[in-house]
Design a protein around this ligand. Structure first.
Ligand code: ATP
Ligand code: MG
Ligand code: MG
Ligand code: MG
Length: 569
């Protein structure tokens, strides 16, 4: 591919709304362009990496025996009403009506559609096990889309759904997907962990998340230094709480005056236990921060807080700001990162707890007696977790826990009969008796994984693609391309021979200074590079260099070509 016949549009400046490195580099290298909040165009360069990853996923899904299909993005409400999720799903589900007033949604996931397919098509035990998958565009109206493709509203997901005759057969299907996921992320060269997770709104009995380790990750995970135990922190806390005494102990351990659990604060503020209590980080734009307890409608509460404090403007704090004021890593305490168990209050300008309290929707409960300095330590974040680094492992004796931050790139669930029950998906067994189908579902974020790879592989100059995800394997940079015919024809020849050997090559034939070209290739992150220049060529040599590690080598073209082919194969 000639550079001048392809389309690459790099940026010199980092867009101001790009907080994490992958978002910055994807914008700067021209991989994506923003259309609206959380909605992006995959530009030609970005699309190549996206397609690379899709192909890896496809190969491993096929290898594991899953069968590809493609379901619609638009889904009828009826199916969601049947599964009871129409009422449960909340605002992430984008709903709308057609011209005949029929209700629809943009699919955030496809359990309903695939269960409908299965109940019509899978009628006999002979048809199972079966696993359908697709690579398809999802829509979730995320409350705070951010980090580019990492948390978009429209995003590409690989989702697979397994159907089995009983629970133990479903376990086998689950294991197959678990193995396939390991292979997929290993092939991408990612540093990741599979961790035990909660099942959330998808439902089911067991699940694992695949977490790419990265400081920018929005999830906290723990792993044991002695056994193989690893879990999402929420899940680990759940286990501790179930163990009763242990949970109590952990709570006491971290129960210092400046630290309160959200439940304690909820009680203190007289917010009913039944209410959903969430936390929200706000700033008045002048470096004044408050972490407030809110419940119910976020926007409404934001407005109330604004009025109560008499601030003209309240904005969500950025991760950098949160980091600066709390000393906690971005994401950990950001609005997305604040989980219900995580906890509580900090501010350092406000006088009394009353200032924190935001009323419920109708009954504006207002706590008046409290003093922030006395009842809650000010200027300190109360980061309460039931479980943390150094705690004893809940699985083995002797092991202690380490805490990591991770990006959830994949998630596998044992669904059991949750959807087959509510939607009546049954089959006839050997004896002609009607039985319920057992299901599993398995997701991978395509764009999020590509972004996660950049979080793990970059330097000051740009992206460093691992070969499997690189938009091009090798660039051939022709120096003085538009004027030096000998250079151009040698470069073209190298390009053609590499391409014939199956190497994806970008031939930089632009009329640009060498420095500009090298900068662009570094930014784009192409792993291998051959430079063809007049001086070296006169001596029958070209330069070969890798994006990272390895010195520049002067080689005869034949050798350079062989070196590249050997690396790519
Ligand atoms: P998160 O906890 O990050 O909101 P999720 O648990 O809601 O993700 P799942 O329902 O498990 O997501 O979806 C399967 C996969 O889809 C996730 O593991 C993730 O890789 C990807 N994914 C989910 N939401 C998004 C999003 N908003 N943008 C990009 N990818 C996403
Ligand atoms: Mg989500
Ligand atoms: Mg999740
Ligand atoms: Mg998930």
């Amino acid at each position: 591919m000639r550079y001048t016949q392809f389309f690459i549009s790099t940026l010199k400046e980092t867009p101001s709304d790009a907080e994490v490195i992958s978002h910055q580099l994807m914008m700067r290298s021209g991989m994506i362009r923003k259309i609206a909040a959380g909605i992006y165009t995959y530009m030609p360069l970005g699309l190549r990496s996206i397609r690379k990853f899709e192909q890896i996923v496809r190969e491993e899904m096929n290898r594991a025996g899953a069968i590809e299909l493609l379901m619609p993005g638009v889904q009828p409400a009826e199916l969601w009403i049947e599964s009871k999720r129409w009422a449960q799903y909340g605002k992430e589900l984008l709903r709308f009506k057609d011209r005949k007033d029929n209700e629809f949604c943009m699919g955030p996931t496809h359990e309903e559609i695939i269960t409908d397919i299965a109940r019509r098509e899978v009628k006999s035990y002979r048809q199972m096990p079966i696993n359908f998958y697709q690579i398809q565009t999802k829509f979730r109206d995320e409350i705070r889309p951010r980090f580019g493709l990492m948390r978009g509203r429209e995003f590409i997901m690989k989702d697979a759904y397994s159907f089995d005759v009983d629970s133990s057969a479903a376990d086998l299907s689950y294991d197959k997907m678990y193995q396939a996921y390991n292979r997929i992320f290993e092939r991408c060269g990612l540093n990741f962990r599979a961790v035990e997770a909660d099942t959330g709104s998808i439902g089911g009995s067991a699940s694992h998340e695949f977490m790419v380790l990265a400081s920018s990750g929005e999830d906290a995970i723990v792993s044991c230094n002695a056994c193989r135990y690893a879990a999402n922190v929420e899940k680990a806390e759940g286990i501790k709480q179930q163990q009763g005494g242990a949970g109590q102990q952990a709570l006491t351990k971290v129960h210092t005056p400046d630290k309160k659990t959200i439940a304690e604060v909820a009680e203190f503020l007289n917010i009913p236990q039944s209410a959903t209590v969430k936390a929200l980080v706000l700033s008045n734009g002048e470096g004044k921060f408050v972490m407030a307890l809110v419940r119910g409608d976020h926007e409404l509460n934001e407005l109330k807080l604004k009025n109560r404090l008499g601030w003209d403007e309240i904005q969500m704090a950025t991760d950098d700001e949160i980091l600066r004021f709390t000393g906690s890593p971005p994401g950990f305490l950001g609005p997305q990162g604040l989980k219900e168990e995580l906890l509580v209050v900090a501010d350092y300008t406000i006088e009394t707890m009353a200032d924190f309290v935001i009323g419920a929707n109708q009954t504006d409960q207002h706590y008046t007696g409290a003093n922030a300095g006395r009842d809650f330590q000010i200027n300190q974040i109360a980061d309460i977790r039931l479980i943390g680094a150094g705690d004893p492992c809940p699985r083995c004796s002797g092991g202690t826990l380490e805490v990591w931050r991770g990006i959830e790139v994949g998630h596998v669930f044992k669904l059991g009969t949750k959807y087959s029950n509510s939607m009546n998906a049954t089959y006839l067994d050997k004896d002609g008796k009607e039985q319920i189908i057992f299901m599993g579902c398995y997701g991978i974020g395509i764009g999020r994984t590509v972004a996660a790879s950049i979080e793990q592989n970059h330097d000051d100059n740009g992206v460093i693609w691992p070969l499997p995800l690189a938009p091009f394997h090798c660039s051939v940079v022709a120096i003085n391309a538009q004027k030096d015919e000998a250079v151009m024809s040698a470069a073209q020849d190298i390009h053609d021979r590499l391409e014939a050997a199956g190497v994806e090559v970008l031939l930089d034939d632009r009329d640009e200074r060498p420095g500009v070209k090298f900068k662009d290739h570094d930014l784009i992150g192409i792993p291998l590079r051959i430079v063809v220049g007049g001086k070296n060529l006169a001596e029958g040599k070209v330069e070969f260099k890798q994006r990272v590690g390895g010195e520049m080598q002067l080689l005869v073209p034949e050798q350079a070509i062989e070196t590249v082919i050997a690396q790519v194969k």
